[in-house]
Design a protein around this ligand. Structure first.
Ligand SMILES: [Zn+2]
Length: 283
C-alpha cells in the first residue's frame, strides 16, 4: 500500500507532466472510484478545468483545479492504485478505473486492480483532508510535538504512528522501519517511551521518509510505484538476521497489521504500575 514516499513520488511524477494542462473530458470505468459524485456529475465538473497545482497531503494526491468555482480533486491510492501520465492513444488497461483526458493528447490514468482507491472532488479541501494530523516532513513536526503526541496516549506506539489523524502519511512499512531504527518494540505503550527514544524516533521518521523519497519509495508492497528502490531493513524480512545484532527478525500482528521487529534490539518494556493506578489499600 503506497505510503508517504510513494505518494510523494507519484505527485512529483504528475507535477512535471500535467501542471498547467486543461482537462478535456473523463471516462469512468468503475463508478465507485468516485466517492463524492455520480460519474456523470464528476465528468461535468472536471471538464474544462485546468490543473493549477499537484500536491500531497498525507497519503492523498491533490490536484488544485481552476474551474468556474475553486475545485480540488483528491485521490487516495489505497491498496493498489497508481496514477500515470500516458498518451491518449496508448493501449488501455482493464484496470483503468478513471481516465482524465488532457489537452495536447495526454491523459492521467488511475489504474487500480483491487478497486479500493477513491477520488474525491470538493470545493473545500477540509472536507477531505481536514482531520489529518501533522505532516512528518514539515518543520512543524518537531521532537517536542512527537513527545506531546506520545505522552498523551497510553495505547501501543505502533497504532498511534499509523493513525492518520495524528501523523499523516506513515503506514505499515515505514512504521516498522522507524520503530526498528529507534529500538522501540511496536507494542510499547506510547506514554512510556523515554525521551531519548522519542528523539531517535523523530530523527528516524525524518531520515527514513527523506531517504525513501530520494529513492522513489519502495515497490515492495502492493503498490508498485515507478520502480521505487527503497529496500526495507525490517519490514517483510521475518526470519532474516537483523542488520544490527544478527538475531532473527520476527513477525507478529499489531492492530491487525503484520508487524516486523527484532526481539533483541526492540525489547518490550512493561508499564510499571503506579500507586496512582493501584492505590496501596487496594493491593
Ligand atoms: Zn537486532
Amino acid at each position: 500500500m503506497p505510503e508517504l514516499p510513494e505518494v510523494e513520488s507519484t505527485v512529483r511524477h504528475l507535477r512535471e507532466r500535467v501542471e498547467g494542462l486543461t482537462i478535456t473530458g473523463a471516462t469512468i470505468g468503475w463508478a465507485r472510484t468516485i466517492h463524492t459524485h455520480t460519474p456523470k456529475k464528476f465528468v461535468e465538473l472536471v471538464e474544462g478545468a485546468t490543473i493549477r497545482e499537484v500536491f500531497r497531503r498525507g497519503k492523498f494526491v491533490g490536484l488544485q483545479l481552476i474551474s468556474k468555482s475553486p475545485l480540488f480533486l483528491f485521490i487516495h491510492l489505497r491498496m493498489s492504485g497508481s496514477l500515470d501520465v500516458v498518451s491518449v492513444e496508448s493501449e488501455p488497461s482493464p484496470h483503468d478505473r478513471v481516465v482524465l483526458l488532457l489537452k495536447g493528447g495526454k491523459s492521467i490514468r488511475f489504474n487500480d486492480t483491487r478497486k479500493f482507491g477513491r477520488m474525491y472532488l470538493c470545493e473545500d479541501p477540509a472536507e477531505v483532508v481536514g482531520t489529518l494530523g501533522v505532516e512528518p516532513l514539515d518543520e512543524s513536526f518537531t521532537q517536542e510535538i512527537l513527545r506531546e503526541i506520545s505522552r498523551s496516549r497510553s495505547g501501543a506506539i505502533k497504532p498511534l504512528l499509523l493513525n492518520q489523524n495524528v501523523i499523516a502519511g506513515l503506514g505499515n512499512i515505514y512504521v516498522d522501519e522507524v520503530l526498528w531504527k529507534a529500538s522501540i518494540h511496536p507494542l510499547t505503550p506510547a506514554d512510556t517511551v523515554p525521551p531519548e527514544k522519542i528523539a531517535r524516533l523523530h530523527q528516524a521518521i525524518k531520515e527514513t521518509l527523506t531517504e525513501a523519497i530520494s529513492l522513489a519509495g519502495t515497490d515492495f508492497g502492493d503498490g508498485v510505484v515507478y520502480g521505487g528502490m527503497y529496500r526495507p531493513l525490517v519490514y517483510g524480512r521475518d526470519g532474516d538476521p537483523c542488520d544490527r545484532c544478527q538475531s532473527d527478525i520476527e513477525k507478529i500482528v499489531v492492530a491487525q497489521r503484520g508487524t516486523h521487529f527484532c526481539p533483541a534490539c526492540q525489547k518490550k518494556t512493561r508499564r510499571r504500575s503506579t500507586s496512582r493506578a493501584y492505590p496501596a489499600k487496594l493491593r
